[in-house]
Ligand binder design. Structure first.
Ligand code: TGC
Ligand code: FAD
Length: 393
Protein backbone atom coordinates (compact mmCIF):
# COMPACT_ATOMS: atom_id res chain seq x y z
CA UNK A 1 0.00 0.00 0.00
CA UNK A 2 1.32 3.50 -0.73
CA UNK A 3 2.20 5.45 2.40
CA UNK A 4 -0.15 8.37 1.65
CA UNK A 5 -3.94 8.54 1.34
CA UNK A 6 -4.98 10.35 -1.85
CA UNK A 7 -6.61 13.69 -1.08
CA UNK A 8 -7.81 14.76 -4.54
CA UNK A 9 -6.64 17.72 -6.59
CA UNK A 10 -8.95 20.72 -6.96
CA UNK A 11 -7.13 24.05 -7.02
CA UNK A 12 -9.69 26.36 -8.65
CA UNK A 13 -13.03 24.92 -7.57
CA UNK A 14 -13.27 22.47 -10.42
CA UNK A 15 -15.75 20.29 -8.53
CA UNK A 16 -18.66 22.75 -8.80
CA UNK A 17 -18.26 22.58 -12.59
CA UNK A 18 -19.36 18.95 -12.34
CA UNK A 19 -22.96 17.83 -11.81
CA UNK A 20 -23.99 15.78 -8.77
CA UNK A 21 -24.16 12.67 -10.96
CA UNK A 22 -20.68 13.29 -12.34
CA UNK A 23 -19.21 13.70 -8.85
CA UNK A 24 -21.01 10.58 -7.69
CA UNK A 25 -19.60 8.50 -10.55
CA UNK A 26 -16.11 9.83 -9.85
CA UNK A 27 -16.32 9.24 -6.11
CA UNK A 28 -17.67 5.70 -6.50
CA UNK A 29 -14.90 4.85 -8.94
CA UNK A 30 -12.32 6.40 -6.63
CA UNK A 31 -13.57 4.29 -3.74
CA UNK A 32 -13.47 1.15 -5.88
CA UNK A 33 -9.90 1.86 -6.97
CA UNK A 34 -8.75 2.67 -3.41
CA UNK A 35 -10.25 -0.54 -2.07
CA UNK A 36 -9.53 -2.96 -4.88
CA UNK A 37 -6.67 -1.83 -7.10
CA UNK A 38 -4.37 0.31 -4.96
CA UNK A 39 -3.65 -2.53 -2.49
CA UNK A 40 -2.55 -4.97 -5.22
CA UNK A 41 -1.20 -2.91 -8.09
CA UNK A 42 2.48 -2.76 -7.12
CA UNK A 43 2.60 -6.53 -6.79
CA UNK A 44 0.80 -6.95 -10.15
CA UNK A 45 3.32 -4.58 -11.68
CA UNK A 46 6.24 -6.55 -10.22
CA UNK A 47 4.82 -9.83 -11.46
CA UNK A 48 3.75 -8.45 -14.83
CA UNK A 49 0.21 -9.62 -14.07
CA UNK A 50 -3.08 -8.15 -15.26
CA UNK A 51 -5.51 -8.25 -12.28
CA UNK A 52 -8.17 -10.25 -14.07
CA UNK A 53 -10.08 -10.72 -10.83
CA UNK A 54 -11.22 -7.08 -11.19
CA UNK A 55 -12.98 -7.65 -14.53
CA UNK A 56 -16.27 -8.80 -13.01
CA UNK A 57 -16.41 -6.11 -10.29
CA UNK A 58 -15.61 -3.45 -12.90
CA UNK A 59 -18.40 -4.81 -15.11
CA UNK A 60 -20.80 -4.68 -12.14
CA UNK A 61 -19.99 -0.98 -11.76
CA UNK A 62 -20.85 -0.37 -15.42
CA UNK A 63 -17.32 0.52 -16.56
CA UNK A 64 -17.45 -1.42 -19.86
CA UNK A 65 -19.07 0.49 -22.70
CA UNK A 66 -20.07 2.99 -20.02
CA UNK A 67 -21.14 5.72 -22.45
CA UNK A 68 -23.14 3.40 -24.72
CA UNK A 69 -26.90 3.01 -24.38
CA UNK A 70 -28.83 -0.26 -24.15
CA UNK A 71 -27.37 -3.80 -24.28
CA UNK A 72 -26.66 -3.71 -20.54
CA UNK A 73 -24.47 -0.59 -20.81
CA UNK A 74 -24.57 2.18 -18.21
CA UNK A 75 -25.48 5.03 -20.60
CA UNK A 76 -23.14 7.49 -18.86
CA UNK A 77 -22.44 10.94 -20.28
CA UNK A 78 -19.03 11.45 -21.85
CA UNK A 79 -17.95 13.56 -18.87
CA UNK A 80 -18.94 10.77 -16.46
CA UNK A 81 -17.09 8.24 -18.61
CA UNK A 82 -14.03 10.50 -18.59
CA UNK A 83 -14.08 10.76 -14.81
CA UNK A 84 -14.19 6.96 -14.57
CA UNK A 85 -11.09 6.85 -16.78
CA UNK A 86 -9.37 9.45 -14.61
CA UNK A 87 -9.88 7.40 -11.47
CA UNK A 88 -8.91 4.12 -13.13
CA UNK A 89 -5.64 5.59 -14.37
CA UNK A 90 -4.90 7.12 -10.99
CA UNK A 91 -4.76 3.45 -10.04
CA UNK A 92 -2.85 2.24 -13.09
CA UNK A 93 -2.67 3.01 -16.81
CA UNK A 94 -2.76 -0.72 -17.60
CA UNK A 95 -6.13 -1.22 -15.94
CA UNK A 96 -7.47 1.90 -17.63
CA UNK A 97 -6.11 0.47 -20.90
CA UNK A 98 -8.09 -2.70 -20.42
CA UNK A 99 -11.29 -0.71 -19.91
CA UNK A 100 -10.48 1.63 -22.82
CA UNK A 101 -9.99 -1.26 -25.21
CA UNK A 102 -13.05 -3.19 -24.05
CA UNK A 103 -15.22 -0.06 -24.26
CA UNK A 104 -13.91 2.24 -26.95
CA UNK A 105 -12.17 -0.18 -29.27
CA UNK A 106 -14.32 -3.30 -29.07
CA UNK A 107 -17.83 -2.39 -27.88
CA UNK A 108 -17.93 0.97 -29.70
CA UNK A 109 -17.15 -0.47 -33.20
CA UNK A 110 -19.74 -3.21 -32.70
CA UNK A 111 -22.22 -0.55 -31.53
CA UNK A 112 -21.41 1.91 -34.33
CA UNK A 113 -20.69 -0.40 -37.28
CA UNK A 114 -22.27 -3.74 -36.31
CA UNK A 115 -25.48 -5.46 -37.40
CA UNK A 116 -28.35 -5.90 -34.93
CA UNK A 117 -27.40 -9.57 -34.56
CA UNK A 118 -23.76 -8.69 -33.79
CA UNK A 119 -24.85 -6.14 -31.19
CA UNK A 120 -27.26 -8.59 -29.53
CA UNK A 121 -24.67 -11.35 -29.57
CA UNK A 122 -21.68 -9.45 -28.22
CA UNK A 123 -22.52 -6.23 -26.41
CA UNK A 124 -24.33 -7.64 -23.35
CA UNK A 125 -21.58 -10.20 -22.75
CA UNK A 126 -18.81 -7.62 -23.20
CA UNK A 127 -20.62 -5.21 -20.87
CA UNK A 128 -20.93 -7.96 -18.26
CA UNK A 129 -17.24 -8.84 -18.55
CA UNK A 130 -18.19 -12.39 -19.59
CA UNK A 131 -16.31 -11.88 -22.84
CA UNK A 132 -13.09 -9.94 -23.40
CA UNK A 133 -12.18 -8.16 -26.61
CA UNK A 134 -9.12 -6.74 -28.35
CA UNK A 135 -8.58 -4.34 -31.26
CA UNK A 136 -6.11 -5.18 -34.01
CA UNK A 137 -5.09 -2.19 -36.10
CA UNK A 138 -1.31 -1.83 -35.67
CA UNK A 139 1.00 -4.14 -37.61
CA UNK A 140 4.73 -4.78 -37.25
CA UNK A 141 5.44 -2.45 -40.21
CA UNK A 142 2.53 -0.01 -39.80
CA UNK A 143 2.01 1.88 -36.53
CA UNK A 144 1.51 5.60 -37.07
CA UNK A 145 0.49 4.87 -40.65
CA UNK A 146 -2.21 2.18 -40.31
CA UNK A 147 -3.42 2.93 -43.84
CA UNK A 148 -0.46 0.89 -45.12
CA UNK A 149 -1.65 -2.29 -43.41
CA UNK A 150 -0.98 -5.63 -45.09
CA UNK A 151 -3.69 -7.74 -43.43
CA UNK A 152 -6.11 -8.94 -46.11
CA UNK A 153 -9.63 -10.37 -46.18
CA UNK A 154 -10.57 -12.47 -49.20
CA UNK A 155 -14.18 -13.44 -49.88
CA UNK A 156 -14.53 -17.19 -50.39
CA UNK A 157 -18.13 -18.38 -50.85
CA UNK A 158 -20.01 -17.44 -47.67
CA UNK A 159 -16.81 -16.81 -45.74
CA UNK A 160 -13.97 -14.36 -45.50
CA UNK A 161 -10.44 -15.69 -45.16
CA UNK A 162 -8.08 -13.42 -43.22
CA UNK A 163 -4.29 -13.34 -43.35
CA UNK A 164 -1.92 -10.98 -41.60
CA UNK A 165 -0.05 -9.98 -38.45
CA UNK A 166 -1.07 -7.46 -35.81
CA UNK A 167 1.36 -6.17 -33.19
CA UNK A 168 1.20 -4.52 -29.77
CA UNK A 169 -2.38 -5.57 -29.15
CA UNK A 170 -3.74 -4.88 -25.65
CA UNK A 171 -5.56 -7.91 -24.15
CA UNK A 172 -4.68 -9.94 -27.27
CA UNK A 173 -4.04 -13.31 -25.64
CA UNK A 174 -6.93 -13.08 -23.16
CA UNK A 175 -9.51 -11.96 -25.72
CA UNK A 176 -12.50 -14.03 -26.82
CA UNK A 177 -13.17 -11.72 -29.74
CA UNK A 178 -10.82 -9.61 -31.84
CA UNK A 179 -11.94 -6.61 -33.87
CA UNK A 180 -9.54 -6.98 -36.79
CA UNK A 181 -9.05 -4.27 -39.41
CA UNK A 182 -8.11 -5.61 -42.83
CA UNK A 183 -8.14 -4.57 -46.47
CA UNK A 184 -10.99 -6.35 -48.18
CA UNK A 185 -10.37 -7.45 -51.77
CA UNK A 186 -14.13 -7.64 -52.29
CA UNK A 187 -14.44 -3.94 -51.45
CA UNK A 188 -11.63 -2.74 -53.71
CA UNK A 189 -8.98 -2.97 -50.99
CA UNK A 190 -10.89 -0.73 -48.60
CA UNK A 191 -10.24 -1.16 -44.86
CA UNK A 192 -13.14 -2.97 -43.17
CA UNK A 193 -13.67 -4.29 -39.65
CA UNK A 194 -14.13 -8.03 -38.95
CA UNK A 195 -15.16 -9.85 -35.79
CA UNK A 196 -12.80 -12.76 -35.32
CA UNK A 197 -13.52 -15.27 -32.55
CA UNK A 198 -10.08 -16.05 -31.18
CA UNK A 199 -10.74 -19.78 -30.95
CA UNK A 200 -10.95 -20.07 -34.75
CA UNK A 201 -8.27 -22.23 -36.41
CA UNK A 202 -5.38 -20.16 -37.74
CA UNK A 203 -5.68 -17.44 -35.08
CA UNK A 204 -2.96 -17.21 -32.44
CA UNK A 205 -1.71 -14.62 -29.96
CA UNK A 206 1.78 -14.37 -28.46
CA UNK A 207 2.45 -12.08 -25.51
CA UNK A 208 5.12 -9.41 -25.57
CA UNK A 209 7.54 -10.09 -22.71
CA UNK A 210 10.15 -7.84 -21.15
CA UNK A 211 7.98 -4.69 -21.06
CA UNK A 212 9.14 -1.93 -18.71
CA UNK A 213 5.77 -0.23 -19.15
CA UNK A 214 2.14 -1.25 -18.69
CA UNK A 215 3.30 -4.35 -16.87
CA UNK A 216 -0.18 -4.88 -15.40
CA UNK A 217 -1.65 -5.08 -18.91
CA UNK A 218 -1.50 -7.91 -21.43
CA UNK A 219 0.12 -6.91 -24.75
CA UNK A 220 0.29 -9.41 -27.60
CA UNK A 221 1.03 -9.99 -31.23
CA UNK A 222 -1.77 -11.57 -33.27
CA UNK A 223 -1.20 -13.93 -36.15
CA UNK A 224 -3.96 -14.71 -38.64
CA UNK A 225 -3.18 -17.54 -41.02
CA UNK A 226 -6.06 -18.47 -43.31
CA UNK A 227 -8.56 -17.66 -40.57
CA UNK A 228 -12.00 -18.44 -41.97
CA UNK A 229 -14.95 -16.46 -40.60
CA UNK A 230 -18.55 -16.37 -41.81
CA UNK A 231 -19.48 -13.37 -44.00
CA UNK A 232 -21.86 -12.21 -41.25
CA UNK A 233 -18.75 -11.39 -39.11
CA UNK A 234 -17.97 -8.37 -41.29
CA UNK A 235 -18.91 -5.14 -39.49
CA UNK A 236 -21.37 -4.03 -42.18
CA UNK A 237 -21.24 -0.29 -41.52
CA UNK A 238 -17.44 -0.07 -41.34
CA UNK A 239 -16.22 1.91 -44.33
CA UNK A 240 -12.54 2.64 -44.86
CA UNK A 241 -9.78 3.82 -42.51
CA UNK A 242 -12.14 6.43 -41.11
CA UNK A 243 -13.96 3.68 -39.16
CA UNK A 244 -11.03 2.55 -36.97
CA UNK A 245 -10.04 6.22 -36.59
CA UNK A 246 -13.51 6.93 -35.20
CA UNK A 247 -12.90 4.22 -32.59
CA UNK A 248 -9.57 5.85 -31.73
CA UNK A 249 -11.39 9.11 -31.03
CA UNK A 250 -13.34 7.37 -28.27
CA UNK A 251 -10.21 5.84 -26.76
CA UNK A 252 -8.08 8.99 -27.10
CA UNK A 253 -10.79 10.94 -25.30
CA UNK A 254 -10.63 8.48 -22.38
CA UNK A 255 -6.85 8.76 -22.27
CA UNK A 256 -7.08 12.56 -22.06
CA UNK A 257 -8.91 12.11 -18.74
CA UNK A 258 -6.96 9.06 -17.65
CA UNK A 259 -3.65 10.90 -17.83
CA UNK A 260 -4.98 13.45 -15.34
CA UNK A 261 -5.48 10.61 -12.87
CA UNK A 262 -1.87 9.44 -13.22
CA UNK A 263 -0.67 13.05 -12.83
CA UNK A 264 -2.82 13.56 -9.73
CA UNK A 265 -1.35 10.46 -8.14
CA UNK A 266 2.21 11.69 -8.78
CA UNK A 267 1.53 15.26 -7.63
CA UNK A 268 -0.33 14.24 -4.48
CA UNK A 269 2.45 11.81 -3.53
CA UNK A 270 5.13 14.47 -4.09
CA UNK A 271 3.21 17.10 -2.11
CA UNK A 272 2.62 14.88 0.89
CA UNK A 273 6.18 13.56 0.82
CA UNK A 274 7.69 17.04 0.59
CA UNK A 275 5.84 18.14 3.73
CA UNK A 276 7.26 15.23 5.72
CA UNK A 277 10.78 14.90 4.37
CA UNK A 278 13.29 17.13 6.17
CA UNK A 279 16.69 18.27 4.88
CA UNK A 280 18.88 21.20 6.04
CA UNK A 281 18.07 22.95 9.35
CA UNK A 282 15.36 20.35 10.08
CA UNK A 283 13.04 21.98 7.55
CA UNK A 284 10.62 20.09 5.27
CA UNK A 285 11.85 20.09 1.68
CA UNK A 286 8.48 21.73 0.82
CA UNK A 287 9.90 24.92 2.35
CA UNK A 288 12.50 25.25 -0.41
CA UNK A 289 11.62 27.45 -3.37
CA UNK A 290 12.89 24.99 -5.96
CA UNK A 291 10.64 22.24 -4.59
CA UNK A 292 7.69 24.62 -4.47
CA UNK A 293 8.29 25.55 -8.10
CA UNK A 294 7.89 21.88 -9.08
CA UNK A 295 4.69 21.53 -7.05
CA UNK A 296 3.30 24.80 -8.46
CA UNK A 297 4.04 23.64 -12.01
CA UNK A 298 2.32 20.32 -11.43
CA UNK A 299 -0.83 21.70 -9.86
CA UNK A 300 -1.12 24.40 -12.53
CA UNK A 301 -0.77 21.94 -15.40
CA UNK A 302 -3.17 19.45 -13.80
CA UNK A 303 -5.72 22.24 -13.43
CA UNK A 304 -5.34 23.31 -17.08
CA UNK A 305 -5.66 19.67 -18.16
CA UNK A 306 -8.86 19.24 -16.13
CA UNK A 307 -10.42 22.25 -17.85
CA UNK A 308 -9.34 21.04 -21.30
CA UNK A 309 -10.74 17.55 -20.71
CA UNK A 310 -13.98 18.91 -19.32
CA UNK A 311 -14.54 21.25 -22.28
CA UNK A 312 -13.80 18.45 -24.78
CA UNK A 313 -16.17 16.21 -22.81
CA UNK A 314 -18.90 18.83 -22.97
CA UNK A 315 -18.35 19.24 -26.71
CA UNK A 316 -18.59 15.47 -27.06
CA UNK A 317 -21.78 15.36 -25.02
CA UNK A 318 -23.30 18.04 -27.25
CA UNK A 319 -22.03 16.22 -30.38
CA UNK A 320 -19.90 19.20 -31.40
CA UNK A 321 -16.50 17.67 -30.83
CA UNK A 322 -13.98 17.42 -33.68
CA UNK A 323 -11.29 14.79 -33.65
CA UNK A 324 -8.64 17.54 -33.57
CA UNK A 325 -10.04 18.69 -30.20
CA UNK A 326 -9.51 15.19 -28.87
CA UNK A 327 -5.97 15.12 -30.30
CA UNK A 328 -5.17 18.32 -28.41
CA UNK A 329 -6.48 16.90 -25.14
CA UNK A 330 -4.70 13.54 -25.55
CA UNK A 331 -1.43 15.15 -26.58
CA UNK A 332 -1.36 17.83 -23.89
CA UNK A 333 -2.62 15.77 -20.98
CA UNK A 334 -0.33 12.80 -21.52
CA UNK A 335 2.69 15.09 -21.93
CA UNK A 336 1.64 16.95 -18.79
CA UNK A 337 1.27 13.71 -16.83
CA UNK A 338 4.68 12.44 -17.92
CA UNK A 339 6.29 15.74 -16.90
CA UNK A 340 4.50 15.54 -13.52
CA UNK A 341 5.78 11.99 -13.03
CA UNK A 342 9.36 13.11 -13.76
CA UNK A 343 9.13 16.12 -11.43
CA UNK A 344 7.44 14.10 -8.68
CA UNK A 345 10.12 11.42 -8.93
CA UNK A 346 12.70 14.13 -8.46
CA UNK A 347 10.94 15.51 -5.36
CA UNK A 348 11.08 12.08 -3.75
CA UNK A 349 14.83 11.76 -4.32
CA UNK A 350 16.00 8.15 -4.07
CA UNK A 351 12.63 7.05 -2.71
CA UNK A 352 11.17 8.12 -6.05
CA UNK A 353 12.62 5.10 -7.79
CA UNK A 354 11.15 2.56 -5.35
CA UNK A 355 7.77 0.93 -5.82
CA UNK A 356 6.80 1.81 -2.26
CA UNK A 357 5.50 4.86 -4.13
CA UNK A 358 3.49 4.81 -7.38
CA UNK A 359 5.49 7.43 -9.27
CA UNK A 360 8.01 5.40 -11.25
CA UNK A 361 5.27 2.94 -12.29
CA UNK A 362 3.15 5.82 -13.60
CA UNK A 363 6.18 7.27 -15.37
CA UNK A 364 6.96 4.00 -17.12
CA UNK A 365 3.31 3.47 -18.02
CA UNK A 366 2.96 6.97 -19.42
CA UNK A 367 5.78 6.31 -21.89
CA UNK A 368 3.42 3.82 -23.58
CA UNK A 369 0.44 6.12 -23.25
CA UNK A 370 2.46 8.84 -25.00
CA UNK A 371 3.04 6.42 -27.90
CA UNK A 372 -0.20 4.50 -28.30
CA UNK A 373 -3.42 5.87 -29.71
CA UNK A 374 -1.35 8.15 -31.93
CA UNK A 375 2.07 9.30 -30.76
CA UNK A 376 2.57 12.76 -29.26
CA UNK A 377 4.12 13.88 -32.55
CA UNK A 378 1.32 12.45 -34.70
CA UNK A 379 -1.15 14.50 -32.63
CA UNK A 380 1.10 17.53 -33.14
CA UNK A 381 0.76 16.98 -36.89
CA UNK A 382 -3.02 16.47 -36.65
CA UNK A 383 -3.36 19.83 -34.86
CA UNK A 384 -0.84 21.43 -37.24
CA UNK A 385 -2.76 20.20 -40.30
CA UNK A 386 -5.99 21.54 -38.82
CA UNK A 387 -4.72 25.05 -38.11
CA UNK A 388 -2.67 25.46 -41.30
CA UNK A 389 -4.63 23.34 -43.74
CA UNK A 390 -1.32 21.70 -44.70
CA UNK A 391 -0.83 17.97 -44.16
CA UNK A 392 2.75 17.37 -42.91
CA UNK A 393 2.66 13.61 -42.23
P1 TGC B 1 -6.35 10.35 -43.64
O1 TGC B 1 -6.43 10.38 -45.12
O2 TGC B 1 -5.94 11.57 -42.92
O3 TGC B 1 -7.77 9.89 -43.05
C1 TGC B 1 -8.54 8.84 -43.63
C2 TGC B 1 -10.01 9.24 -43.43
O4 TGC B 1 -10.30 9.28 -42.04
C3 TGC B 1 -10.68 10.61 -41.65
N1 TGC B 1 -10.07 10.83 -40.33
C4 TGC B 1 -10.76 10.67 -39.20
N2 TGC B 1 -12.06 10.40 -39.00
C5 TGC B 1 -12.46 10.30 -37.72
N3 TGC B 1 -11.62 10.47 -36.68
C6 TGC B 1 -10.32 10.74 -36.85
N4 TGC B 1 -9.52 10.88 -35.80
C7 TGC B 1 -9.83 10.85 -38.16
N5 TGC B 1 -8.61 11.10 -38.71
C8 TGC B 1 -8.77 11.09 -40.03
C9 TGC B 1 -10.16 11.51 -42.73
O5 TGC B 1 -10.93 12.70 -42.79
C10 TGC B 1 -10.35 10.64 -43.95
O6 TGC B 1 -11.73 10.63 -44.26
P2 TGC B 1 -12.24 10.46 -45.77
O7 TGC B 1 -13.72 10.64 -45.68
O8 TGC B 1 -11.54 11.54 -46.54
O9 TGC B 1 -11.82 9.10 -46.20
O10 TGC B 1 -5.48 9.10 -43.25
P3 TGC B 1 -3.91 8.91 -43.20
O11 TGC B 1 -3.65 7.53 -43.73
O12 TGC B 1 -3.22 10.06 -43.87
O13 TGC B 1 -3.58 8.88 -41.63
C11 TGC B 1 -3.90 9.91 -40.80
C12 TGC B 1 -3.36 9.72 -39.35
C13 TGC B 1 -1.86 9.69 -39.33
C14 TGC B 1 -3.83 10.89 -38.56
C15 TGC B 1 -3.92 8.45 -38.73
O14 TGC B 1 -3.70 7.35 -39.47
C16 TGC B 1 -3.52 8.24 -37.30
O15 TGC B 1 -4.22 8.71 -36.44
N6 TGC B 1 -2.37 7.51 -36.98
C17 TGC B 1 -2.09 7.09 -35.62
C18 TGC B 1 -2.40 5.62 -35.49
C19 TGC B 1 -2.98 5.28 -34.15
O16 TGC B 1 -3.42 6.11 -33.39
N7 TGC B 1 -3.03 3.99 -33.86
C20 TGC B 1 -3.64 3.55 -32.66
C21 TGC B 1 -3.80 2.03 -32.67
S1 TGC B 1 -4.87 1.44 -31.40
C22 TGC B 1 -4.03 1.68 -29.98
O17 TGC B 1 -3.00 2.23 -29.90
C23 TGC B 1 -4.70 1.14 -28.78
S2 TGC B 1 -3.85 1.41 -27.33
C24 TGC B 1 -5.09 0.89 -26.37
C25 TGC B 1 -4.88 0.98 -24.92
O18 TGC B 1 -4.27 0.06 -24.37
O19 TGC B 1 -5.44 1.95 -24.31
P1 FAD C 1 6.14 4.40 -35.42
O1 FAD C 1 4.93 4.71 -36.22
O2 FAD C 1 7.21 3.59 -36.04
O3 FAD C 1 6.74 5.79 -34.89
C1 FAD C 1 8.07 5.86 -34.36
C2 FAD C 1 8.42 7.33 -34.17
O4 FAD C 1 8.36 7.99 -35.44
C3 FAD C 1 7.42 8.07 -33.27
O5 FAD C 1 8.11 9.02 -32.50
C4 FAD C 1 6.51 8.79 -34.26
O6 FAD C 1 5.90 9.96 -33.71
C5 FAD C 1 7.49 9.12 -35.36
N1 FAD C 1 6.82 9.31 -36.64
C6 FAD C 1 6.14 8.41 -37.39
N2 FAD C 1 5.64 8.98 -38.49
C7 FAD C 1 5.98 10.29 -38.44
C8 FAD C 1 5.74 11.42 -39.27
N3 FAD C 1 5.04 11.33 -40.40
N4 FAD C 1 6.27 12.61 -38.91
C9 FAD C 1 6.96 12.73 -37.75
N5 FAD C 1 7.23 11.71 -36.93
C10 FAD C 1 6.73 10.51 -37.25
N6 FAD C 1 -2.26 -0.92 -31.40
C11 FAD C 1 -3.46 -1.53 -31.69
O7 FAD C 1 -3.87 -1.61 -32.84
N7 FAD C 1 -4.21 -2.09 -30.70
C12 FAD C 1 -3.83 -2.07 -29.40
O8 FAD C 1 -4.55 -2.56 -28.53
C13 FAD C 1 -2.58 -1.46 -29.07
N8 FAD C 1 -2.13 -1.48 -27.79
C14 FAD C 1 -0.86 -1.01 -27.52
C15 FAD C 1 -0.32 -1.22 -26.24
C16 FAD C 1 0.98 -0.80 -25.96
C17 FAD C 1 1.55 -1.05 -24.61
C18 FAD C 1 1.73 -0.13 -26.95
C19 FAD C 1 3.11 0.36 -26.65
C20 FAD C 1 1.21 0.05 -28.22
C21 FAD C 1 -0.08 -0.41 -28.52
N9 FAD C 1 -0.60 -0.30 -29.81
C22 FAD C 1 -1.82 -0.88 -30.12
C23 FAD C 1 0.22 0.21 -30.89
C24 FAD C 1 0.34 1.72 -30.93
O9 FAD C 1 -0.84 2.31 -31.37
C25 FAD C 1 1.52 2.08 -31.82
O10 FAD C 1 2.68 1.72 -31.11
C26 FAD C 1 1.55 3.56 -32.19
O11 FAD C 1 0.49 3.86 -33.07
C27 FAD C 1 2.89 3.99 -32.82
O12 FAD C 1 3.28 3.10 -33.81
P2 FAD C 1 4.79 2.48 -33.79
O13 FAD C 1 5.05 1.96 -32.44
O14 FAD C 1 4.88 1.55 -34.94
O15 FAD C 1 5.72 3.72 -34.01
Amino acid sequence: MPPFKFKGVDFIEFDPLLSDDERLVRDNTRKFIEENLVPIIEECNRQGRFPRELVKPMADLGFFGASLHGYGCAGMSNVEYGLVMQELERGDSGVRSFVSVQSALVMYPIYAFGSDEQKQQWLPKLAAGEKIGCFGLTEPGFGSNPGGMRTRALKDGNDYVLNGEKMWITSGSIADIAVVWAKSEEHGGKVRGFLVETKRPGFSAQDVHGKWSLRASVTSGLSLQDVRIPACNLLPKSDGLKSPLMCLNQARYGIAWGAIGAAMSCYDTALQYSLLRKQFRDQPIASHQLVQEKLAWMVTEITKAQLLALQVGKLKDSEKVQHQHISMAKRNNVWMALECARLARDVLGANGIADDYPIMRHMMNLESVKTYEGTHDIHTLIIGANVTGIDAF
